[in-house]
Design a binder for this molecule. Structure first.
Ligand SMILES: Cc1cc2nc3c(=O)[nH]c(=O)nc-3n(C[C@H](O)[C@H](O)[C@H](O)COP(=O)(O)O)c2cc1C
Length: 153
């Protein structure tokens, strides 16, 4: 089965953790043809990345940037992935107190360096995720998973 890798930062039990839980439930129910592999960014490595056919990064915004955990994942995998993940379809989910745009800019720049292709616009959920915020986050994940399932990437 094709694999969608979800690499996430965020505090245990925090907003990203809750969005990730909703994504897991929804993708399992709506796109069972795809395996969603969920990894905390600090535990994710190059093997996870090389095994994936698509990638969803999820992170809180910290000081106008991605979480240190997601940045660490990029720091550890950038050179090992060189030349091996070009064209990987990806997108980004950001949980932010008020903004989130700095994180989007930073991740987009790094993703260009890997040669990844942004196949869905990043989603920023500001504040406590309400039903609409959870819906936007799960829709993003389902878009990536469904694209993999029907082979459009
Ligand atoms: C150290 C720190 C820095 C933060 N910096 C920003 C920021 O620059 N912009 C913003 O919109 N929110 C900022 N926030 C708020 C978080 O992005 C927000 O609370 C997020 O939903 C937390 O996600 P989590 O519960 O998964 O950790 C910051 C929070 C912390 C703890």
């Amino acid at each position: 089965m094709p694999r969608l890798l979800l690499v996430h930062g965020g505090h245990p039990g925090g907003r990203i953790a809750r969005l990730v839980a909703a994504i897991q439930q929804t993708v399992l129910a709506e796109v069972p043809e795809v395996t969603l592999v969920v990894r905390p960014a600090l535990a994710a490595g190059i093997a996870d990345l090389l095994d994936a056919q698509a990638l969803l990064c999820a992170t809180p915004e910290h000081f106008g940037y991605m979480s240190g955990a997601l940045k660490d994942f990029f720091d550890r995998t950038y050179y090992p992935a060189e030349g091996k993940t070009q064209g990987l379809p990806y997108s980004l989910l950001v949980s932010a107190g008020t903004d989130g745009t700095g994180t989007c800019r930073a991740v987009e720049r790094i993703a260009r360096g890997y040669g990844w292709v942004e196949v869905a616009a990043p989603v920023i959920v500001v504040g406590e995720p309400d039903a609409a915020g959870v819906g936007r986050a799960t829709e993003l994940a389902v878009t990536l998973a469904a694209g993999l399932a029907v082979g459009i990437y």
